[in-house]
Design a protein around this ligand. Structure first.
Ligand code: ABC
Ligand code: CA
Length: 485
């Protein structure tokens, strides 16, 4: 599928080992042990209803390649420690199981995104050389297999030095991640062949590419062409200009810069951190054609502390969850967020979802279902929703934000549930026709534009710190989607 095909989608990100077991056993899962808990591809297939009923129409699953095992940091249950990329990890099932998952996803009209790692393998050093370097059983790395296929050893020490970032190694002396020599044309050809085969074999609709900034920029165009499907790159940075500079290398990048702004905005008094986060699209290189799918936005992922590890205020959590669904990027929800999971950094943020019982009668399940419905409604009702850019509407008080992406209007606040004075938002005159009835699709209550505020604005007061997502009532249709009936 193309970037355009993906632009209408909502993505549910999951770690295969932690999402569902094949037989729904209630196996305990101690994340601190950093080892397999028993999730599988067929387990995912058994719980697609759960994902789809929240309104998601794409899943991103963790890397499938066979990993190194029993390292100083546990096992490759997350999939990022490749040993043999020509086979897939038997821990998650057979190739037929993965094909069956792909088919089941497609049967529902959903998309499958595979997560792929080119930058490195992971290796247990067999020896330390006199000069302090490591030796590996290079032949265990498939299909590469000689030392010359890897950059010479050095750990990344200076993230400001791009050559260092590209050609030195991630990992540490306990678990080095041998860095693939992507300067070597034979290695490049191997990787391009590999991605082509992987996508074809499992009928993937898109790929999330790991560690994009760790490989030279001009490697990527050949790789993405070989993939032949939508590519979403991970460029881990708070620098929007730097992240956007990769938009001529991959179709879209993860919205890491705004992720930092989002966490600051609702996890601290500095709401403006989100407001001041520049749009990636506006910073794209000149040769990048405007696309409705240049970024993908998220509040949580497997590398970062979950948002509820900073606060237990459900109102703040709900506010923070809104932005990815009402902005320009493709929304991503990291599994477990809907259940209110609270794990902080890696590995605590990779809890087993089966321990939640996949309970759907939960406040954040309802919240994300409403957010997906609002976005789908906006896509259906406004032909320029996806191509238009969201914009902030200035607000008179420091704890309120208003984001417009017509026909949606998001009212956000970091005042919290217990603020004694609840903040207000001013909807400016002219934003919608006078006397329009809007509906907050998160609470399914109407808001009438009375124009009674300053300059004909309508003043809306927050209730218990909750966010609102407004759409014209005339756009709702009885019997389905947002606010049925
Ligand atoms: C494991 C343990 C860790 C342990 C580590 C040694 O081993 O779980 O607790 O410390 C995989 C596994 C991890 C594993 C790693 C390393 O491999 O999932 O569990 O950690 O063995 C991707 C994936 C990620 C994956 C890998 C490796 C890459 O999403 O899951 O990890 O395949 C860098 C990379 C980025 C990578 C990330 C983990 O590391 O660029 O691609 N993610 C700065 C740098 C970033 C750097 C980051 C590392 O530090 O600029 O490039 O990311 O933490 C500040 C932060 C900074 C931050 C800046 C931008 O902002 O404080 O740390 O970034 O505010
Ligand atoms: Ca590299």
């Amino acid at each position: 599928a193309s970037a355009e095909d993906w632009s209408t989608r909502s993505i549910y990100q999951l770690v295969t080992d932690r999402f569902a077991t094949s037989n729904d056993s209630s196996t305990p899962c101690d994340t601190s042990r950093r080892t397999f808990c028993g999730g599988s591809w067929s387990g995912i297939g058994n719980h697609l209803d759960y994902i789809q009923e929240m309104g998601f129409d794409a899943i991103w699953i963790s890397p499938v390649a066979t990993n190194v095992e029993r390292t100083a940091y546990g096992d490759g249950y997350h999939g990022y420690w490749s040993r043999d990329i020509d086979t897939i990890s038997p821990h998650f099932g057979t190739p037929d199981d993965l094909k069956a998952l792909s088919a089941a996803v497609h049967k529902r009209g959903m998309f499958l995104m595979l997560d792929v790692v080119v930058n490195h393998y992971a290796g247990i050093p067999t020896n330390t050389t006199a000069s302090g370097g490591f030796t590996f059983d290079y032949a265990s790395f498939v299909p590469l297999g000689t030392q010359a296929d890897f950059h010479s050893q050095c750990f990344i020490s200076d993230y400001a030095n791009q050559t260092d970032v590209e050609q030195c190694w991630l990992g540490d002396e306990n678990l080095p991640l041998p860095d693939v020599n992507t300067e070597d044309p034979a290695v490049v050809a191997t990787m391009n062949q590999w991605i082509k085969g992987l996508v074809a074999n499992f009928s993937a609709d898109g790929v999330r590419i790991d560690t994009v900034k760790h490989i030279r920029h001009d490697f990527w165009s050949g790789f993405t062409a070989s993939a032949g499907v939508f590519t979403l790159g991970e460029v881990l940075t708070y620098d929007a200009k730097y992240a956007a500079s990769y938009l001529d290398a991959v179709d879209a990048v993860l919205e890491y810069p705004a992720f930092y702004g989002l966490n600051t905005a609702f996890g601290s008094p500095y709401l403006s951190a989100l407001l001041n986060s520049p749009s990636l699209a506006s910073l794209a290189p000149a040769n990048v054609s405007s696309s409705p799918a240049l970024s993908a936005a998220f509040l949580e992922n497997h590398d970062q502390p979950r948002f509820p590890s900073y606060t237990s205020d459900l109102a703040l959590i709900k506010n923070a969850m809104v932005w990815p669904f009402v902005g320009d990027g493709i929304p991503i929800l990291y599994y477990g967020q809907e259940q209110g999971y609270q794990g902080d950094g890696d590995p605590s943020n990779r809890e087993a979802l089966w321990l939640s019982g996949y309970e759907t009668n939960k406040p954040l399940v309802a919240h994300v279902t409403a957010l997906n419905a609002a976005r789908k409604l906006a896509i259906a009702r406004n032909a320029s929703f996806l191509t238009g850019r969201a914009y902030w509407i200035p607000q008179p008080n420091l704890s309120s934000l208003m984001l417009a992406k017509p026909p949606l209007l998001a009212l956000l606040t970091n005042a919290g549930a217990n603020a004694s004075v609840q903040p207000t938002w001013n909807i400016p005159a002219g934003q919608y026709a006078p006397n329009t009835t809007l509906v907050d699709v998160l609470a399914c209550v109407p808001v009438v534009l009375d124009g009674a505020g300053p300059g004909g604005a309508t003043v809306v007061r927050a209730q218990a710190g909750r966010p609102q997502v407004l759409v014209p009532a005339s756009m709702l249709r009885a019997g389905g989607g947002a606010c049925p009936a």
